[in-house]
Write a protein that binds this ligand. Structure first.
Ligand code: NAD
Length: 362
């Protein structure tokens, strides 16, 4: 980021420890966007574009700083050669999205000359990335018609399942969910695919979703799946495993004491409502598979697309989530910390160890 001579001392900037924060504006199309690059220690930053009606620019800035930092950790543990970045477009995607706006945004992405690759996030879709890509080479998550990888929820669900198998092995000695009772909160794009993996593995599945259509889709394929009214009922449903696959913040001061499950492993981002919840879970003897580790199948897929998408190669990398989750549990036990802390440590070690070699003069 461009800091003048009166810039605050390092580490005290309102941009935190981020490498670069770019404010973008195009009045005619109504574009107002912020691109944040947390770190390029492992390679060009990669992370999606969130299109959201933020209440203020400060709110948008806080979100993009937080999300881009999260992407650096996620990409590091996914074993990718990508740093962490993210972008937000301020506005209502239902009314403000237009071709000129997306193309103006694409030109700003291009102006970073490959320091940041963008993709889809809340409020943006593969079709939008096709439009952004008309102005920039640094776009992934496009449609299949445009050489993209399409729906990322396939490998996200697969990755969550791999993380769950690793957690099952740690808890019960064998990497299978056979005979376990698993509660899936939210059976949308990722959740319904997770149900497929679970049923195939022989698990008993309980679901809840605010959308009747989403519940019906699962019931049509799997009439044996049990449905409960809401998340409050789900967490009390005598579960072995709780899989949050709806929105963030499912684990809070009310839900953690009521959990019947011995394991939490799901796709939702930011499952822990606030700092300290990871310790409360550990104190209750609940094994928590860190969200950003087990849900990295989607970013693995879009990163693969940058090379020219190969589903088998991406799937093979996503199966590595099993081993990474295992390593996190082992490190957590070794260092006496909750798995969420162990995951952060492992990510920081990779960023620092691999980032350091860039200091070798070429
Ligand atoms: N799609 C991906 O590749 C991907 C990758 C990484 C992380 N994630 C995260 O996984 C989660 C699910 O993503 P998705 O793509 O399946 O989204 P989605 O919108 O397709 O599915 C979410 C489902 O949750 C349901 N839901 C919303 N509020 C609920 C509530 N209070 N109780 C129960 N159900 C509720 C919705 O009706 C919907 O069916 C999100 O948190 C997302 O950020 C997704």
């Amino acid at each position: 980021m461009d800091q003048g001579s009166d810039a605050p001392a390092a580490g005290t900037s309102r941009f935190g420890n981020h490498e670069q924060v770019v404010f973008c504006q195009d009045e005619a199309s109504g574009l107002r966007a912020i691109i944040a690059i947390y770190s390029t220690a492992l390679g060009p930053a990669l992370g999606g574009t969130r299109f959201y009606p933020y209440g203020s620019e400060d709110e948008a800035l806080a979100d993009v700083l937080n999300l881009s930092r999260g992407m650096a950790y996620k990409n590091a543990l996914a074993g990718l050669d990508h740093g962490g970045g993210k972008a937000v477009i301020i506005g209502d995607p239902a009314t403000d999205k237009s071709e000129p706006l997306l193309r103006a945004y694409g030109r700003f992405v291009q102006s970073l000359n490959g320091r940041y690759f963008t993709a889809c996030d809340v409020g943006t879709y593969s079709e939008d990335m096709d439009v952004v890509a008309r102005e920039s080479r640094f776009v992934t998550g496009r449609t299949r018609e445009h050489g993209g990888a399409g729906d990322s929820s396939i490998l996200t669900a697969f990755g969550v399942f791999q993380g769950m198998r690793a957690a099952a092995e740690t808890l019960w000695g064998s990497p299978t969910l056979r005979g376990r009772r698993v509660g899936v909160e939210g059976v949308g794009k990722v959740g319904h695919r997770l149900v497929e993996h679970l049923r195939e593995d022989g698990a008993e599945v309980v679901i809840c979703d605010v959308s009747e259509a989403a519940v019906e889709r699962v019931k049509t394929l799997h009439p044996e799946v049990e449905v409960v009214a809401d998340n409050a009922a789900l967490i009390r449903a005598g579960l072995d495993v709780y899989a949050p696959c709806a929105l963030g913040g499912s684990l809070d001061d009310d839900t953690v004491p009521a959990l019947t499950a011995k394991m939490v492993c799901g796709a939702a981002n930011n499952q822990l409502a606030h700092a300290g919840i990871e310790k409360r879970l550990a104190d209750r003897g609940v094994l928590y598979a860190p969200d950003y580790v087990v849900n990295s199948g989607g970013v693995i897929q879009v990163a693969d697309e940058i090379e020219g998408f190969d589903f088998e190669r991406a799937r093979s990398r996503a199966s590595g989530i099993f081993e990474t989750t295992r390593r996190i549990f082992a490190l957590a036990a070794e260092e006496g910390v909750p798995p969420a802390v162990a995951a952060d440590r492992l990510a920081e070690r990779r960023m620092s160890a691999v980032g350091r070699i860039r200091g070798i003069w070429l």
